[in-house]
Design a protein around this ligand. Structure first.
Ligand code: TXA
Ligand code: MG
Length: 341
């Protein structure tokens, strides 16, 4: 199959393909999603095949607003309404108990709940509106690889396996949405994202966090969180943000004659670039929001370096605010390997 790029001008072609049960990737503010008609079980099955995704991992249904929910969700709490009023469109996925059989079981993984989100991207909202159906949208990467933040990343992973990619440029957040389970007594964060517990508690009284996110020994409530994720082929080590720690790690790598890449702030990269085989700037202003935006792109770039690397050293950030989501993804990419001088 030939995989074509589409733009706002050729949106109608992408719409037709989706209506015919084909797969088209789309941009959002977080990462690119792999779109298929959520009401068409055959189309949704193709999503699992193209990604190589385990079939017990349910998908997020992308919609154009709160009105789209009424077909699937019987009762929407006051709290959920407040959250949607405040954060939609935006990087917040909400899980609701659904009306039985209102969505194919391939979408929900056979659960009584489903995940919904209104992405903050005008062209993608038009795509969904014109298709006339909600779209499932897992991140548009091969299962287990870092999520795609550009159309080119999608092409790299899924070329020949999907009908097209709607190119909306690089995504702005760079990490997937916060997943919040609204189906229990107290809303619970199952996956950290740009919107944090503190942000959500500005709007509703109480939010809890899945204990799995604190302790690895707990079984995660979100099926997708149990899989190995975001992991490049090359070995990844987390490095405490002090430059001295990068230097120590480099000394060790030199002894072992390893080819090293670094993924770090501009200052560290410019000081150490001549001592390593490859480097990629995570942030020039030192903020975690810029680092989050570039983390997946950097991991991909260093993983594909023309002279294959043995080791990639990645800068850590404090685990507060967006740093919690950044570190959640980086811990998975590194398998928890942390170098301390
Ligand atoms: O930012 C995002 O959320 C991106 C963009 C494309 O919208 N999408 C995304 O989808 O990250 P995906 O499929 O890669 O991640 C969806 C997560 C998985 O961890 C999945 O297990 C969880 O949401 N999930 C989906 N439905 C669920 C449900 N009913 N109960 C618990 N977890 C659910
Ligand atoms: Mg994903």
């Amino acid at each position: 199959m030939e995989t074509n790029y589409f733009s706002e001008k050729t949106l109608n072609k992408a719409v037709k393909l989706l209506q015919n049960g084909e797969l088209v990737a789309f941009p959002t503010e977080t990462v690119y999603g792999l779109g298929a008609d959520a009401t068409n079980a055959e189309a949704v099955k193709k999503v699992y095949q193209a990604k190589g995704r385990p079939s017990d991992n349910p998908l997020i249904v992308h919609i154009t607003g709160q009105d789209d929910l009424t077909q699937y969700v019987a009762s929407i709490s006051v709290e959920a309404k407040k959250l949607m009023d405040s954060f939609w469109p935006g990087p917040l996925t909400l899980i609701f108990k659904i009306i039985p059989d209102s969505l194919p079981s391939v979408v929900t993984g056979g659960l009584e709940t489903a995940a919904f989100r209104m992405p903050d991207n005008e062209v993608t909202l038009s795509l969904i509106k014109e298709a006339g159906v909600p779209l499932v949208g897992p991140s548009a990467n091969t299962s287990g690889k870092p999520s795609p933040t550009t159309a080119k990343h999608v092409m790299h992973d899924l070329s020949g396996k999907i009908a097209g990619i709607l190119d909306g440029g690089a995504t702005s957040v760079g990490l997937e949405s916060t997943v919040l389970d609204m189906s229990g007594d107290i809303p619970m964060i199952l996956r950290p994202g740009q919107l944090t517990e503190v942000d959500l508690e500005q709007v509703i009284e109480k939010v809890t966090v899945d204990r799995h996110l604190m302790s690895e020994s707990e079984v995660p409530k979100s099926p997708g969180m149990k899989y190995k994720h975001y992991s490049p082929n090359v070995d990844v080590w987390m490095i405490d943000y002090l430059e001295a720690n990068f230097k120590e790690a480099l000394l060790l790598a030199e002894k072992e004659q390893l080819k090293v890449g670094i993924l770090a702030s501009e200052k560290i990269v410019s000081d150490l670039a001549d001592q390593v085989t490859a480097s990629y700037i995570l942030t020039s202003n030192g903020t975690v929001s810029e680092a989050a935006q570039h983390l997946f792109a950097g991991l991909r770039e260093l993983d594909e370096w023309e002279e294959p690397l043995d080791l990639v050293l990645v800068e850590t950030f404090p685990e507060t605010g967006l740093g919690t989501a950044y570190m959640n993804r980086l811990k998975k990419a590194s398998g928890g390997k942390f170098f301390k001088a």
